[in-house]
Each structure stands twice: as structure tokens, then as C-alpha cells.
Design a protein around this ligand. Structure first.
Ligand code: C2E
Ligand code: MG
Ligand code: MG
Ligand code: MG
Length: 289
């Protein structure tokens, strides 16, 4: 593999199939221990309202600092963990961290919701809603401050099994969002049958909307479709002012992306929020950008 970085040639070797397989195998066998050893953490990316720019919530995004491989991207290890049947442990880990974070914000007078990404395997676990209800209870977090993000393909994989679980989660008062919308089957009829509250426009369309009229048309039609179904529309991958302004003009409700903030460690998120939060004694905490 040859690539240039800052004009200087960087040489590397493409890993062989065997090396990829071995790395994946190691990740899967080491995952549980990694959770216990503190190698896995949760970062948070803010979501802000348009046009008000209030911080509505954050999305929890898992990070793995592997002792040998360094930072491992969730796009690599989450599918491996899923395939190995270990995603239940991952989801409970992230959920507990996220609810603990929301609990401490509530104690400070801040109402900030948290979104946790689910895997298709969570939607095949009939006990999942009861586990979630128990966690909400233990942390004393109202269900409406928790959002679950699920991909269309995740639900489409086995709708018969996923639907009753989604209905149960929804009836607890948890907010449900369809993630990466536009990349899967995206059937309007299908979306109507799901007990969902939000659609998140996939970042590929949002990133492309400034230069590609096709992407722009997709974004516009998802905003319209979402609103006509009474859903909140969230755009992910907002990197540029222009995109934010266009989304705002279209009536998109919520923006998330590097323009607002990258995913941050808990510590850095605190500093980010501190700089944007007006706390006045006796008043409800207001979080403004
Ligand atoms: P996702 O849920 O669609 O999350 C959005 C991804 O886009 C995140 O990547 C985020 O860092 C990235 N992103 C945010 N804003 C921008 C932007 O402005 N520009 C660009 N180019 N990218 C942006 P990340 O953190 O690497 O996560 C990748 C995927 O891994 C997530 O996609 C989600 O599907 C999965 N994932 C992450 N954490 C978890 C988890 O706790 N559980 C499960 N099951 N999946 C997770
Ligand atoms: Mg997500
Ligand atoms: Mg997404
Ligand atoms: Mg994704």
C-alpha cells in the first residue's frame, strides 16, 4: 500500500486475509476482558436544534483503545462483536454509562437526552425491554430522556421478531430513531408501520448535498416525508455552515456533525457544555450554543 501524507511517501503493507482474520478473532475473544479492563469507553456527540441551537441531547458512540492495535473503529469491532453474539454485553455497557451520565446531568439541573445505538441482535432478545426498564429505574432516568437508534436494515432483517420488541420499548416512553435513513430499503409504507419518532438522514447525503443535486433532493424529500409522517428529522454529518443553513431552510429539526462538535470524551464534553450553558439559580438550566 502506498499513500502520501503531507507530500511524504508513507509505505505500509496491506494486511493479508489471515492477518485480518486473526485480528478479528483476537478482538472477539478479548472483548469481554477489554470491557472490564477499561479499554472500552463512550464518547458523546451533541445534537442541536435548528434554528435555536439548543443542545437537545448527545449520541453515545463506543470507543476501544486496544493495547496492541491502538484505536479500533466501531465500524470494525461492532460487527465482529455482533457476529460473535456478544453485543448484549456491549449494549448494556454503553447504556449504563449513558444513563449514569444523564443522571448526573439531572442532578445538576440539566435535561439532556442520550441516544444509544442498538444492534439487530438486541432486537432479537425478548428480555431486552425488561432489562432497559430495569436500568432506567436503577438510574432514575425518565424514559423520554433515552433514545434508541436502529438502522433500517436492522429492523428489516427480522421484522416479526423486532416489531414487538420495538413496540414494548416505545410503550415504556423511550424515543426511537431510524439511523442512516436513506441507505436501506426506505420504504414509506414500511416506515409507517414502525413505532418510531425520528429519522436520521444518513451522513452520506448530508455530506454530498452541497455539490450533488441528487443528494440535495434526497435530503429534501426525507425532511418532507419525515414531517408528513409526524416524525422529528435529524441530519447527521453536518460539517459545513452551508449545509446547516440549507437544512434549517428546509425545516430539518435537529443537526449533528463536526460543525457542531466531534464526538468527545466525557471530560471534553463537560468543558464543551460548560462553555455553552447558562445556569441561573432558581431557573431551569438552559443550554444554548
Ligand atoms: P452512526 O450511529 O451512524 O454514528 C455516526 C457516525 O458518524 C459516528 O462514527 C460519528 O463519529 C460519525 N460522524 C459524526 N459527525 C460526522 C461528520 O460531521 N462527518 C463525518 N464524516 N462523520 C461524522 P463512529 O463513532 O465511528 O461510529 C460508527 C458506527 O458504529 C455508528 O454509526 C454506529 O452504527 C456504530 N456504533 C457506534 N457506537 C455503537 C454502540 O455503542 N453500539 C452499536 N451497536 N453500534 C455502535
Ligand atoms: Mg447512530
Ligand atoms: Mg448514522
Ligand atoms: Mg452508521
Amino acid at each position: 500500500v502506498r499513500a502520501t501524507r503531507g507530500g511524504e511517501e508513507v509505505r505500509g503493507y496491506a494486511p493479508s486475509m489471515g492477518q485480518i482474520f486473526l485480528r478479528r478473532f483476537q478482538m472477539v475473544t478479548q472483548f469481554r476482558q477489554a470491557l472490564e479492563d477499561g479499554q472500552v469507553s463512550v464518547h458523546y456527540q451533541p445534537k442541536v436544534s435548528l434554528p435555536g441551537k439548543h443542545v437537545l441531547g448527545v449520541e453515545a458512540l463506543v470507543r476501544w483503545q486496544h493495547p496492541e492495535f491502538g484505536k479500533v473503529d466501531p465500524d470494525e469491532f461492532v460487527p465482529a462483536v455482533e457476529a460473535a453474539g456478544l453485543v448484549g454485553a456491549l449494549t448494556s455497557f454503553v447504556l449504563e454509562k449513558a444513563l449514569d451520565r444523564v443522571r448526573r446531568w439531572l442532578d445538576e439541573g440539566l435535561r439532556i437526552s442520550v441516544a444509544v445505538n442498538l444492534s439487530v441482535r438486541n432486537l432479537a432478545d425478548a428480555d431486552f425491554p425488561a432489562k432497559v426498564a430495569d436500568a432506567l429505574e436503577r438510574f432514575g432516568v425518565p424514559a423520554e430522556l433515552l433514545t434508541f437508534e436502529l438502522t433500517e436494515s436492522g429492523v428489516m432483517a427480522d421484522p416479526q421478531r423486532a416489531l414487538p420488541i420495538l413496540r414494548e420499548l416505545h410503550s415504556l416512553g423511550i424515543v426511537l430513531a431510524v439511523d442512516d435513513f436513506g441507505t436501506g430499503y426506505s420504504s414509506l409504507a414500511y416506515l409507517r408501520q414502525l413505532p418510531v419518532d425520528q429519522v436520521k438522514i444518513d451522513k452520506s447525503f448530508v455530506l454530498g448535498m452541497g455539490t450533488d443535486l441528487g443528494d440535495l433532493a434526497v435530503v429534501r424529500s426525507i425532511v418532507e416525508l419525515g414531517h408528513s409522517l409526524g416524525l422529528t428529522v435529524v441530519a447527521e454529518g453536518v460539517e459545513e455552515d452551508v449545509a446547516r443553513d440549507q437544512l434549517e431552510a428546509m425545516g430539518c429539526d435537529v443537526a449533528q456533525g463536526y460543525l457542531i462538535s466531534r464526538p468527545l470524551s466525557e471530560e471534553r464534553l463537560e468543558a464543551w457544555l460548560q462553555a455553552r450553558t447558562a445556569r441561573s439559580p432558581g431557573h431551569k438550566a438552559e443550554t444554548v450554543l
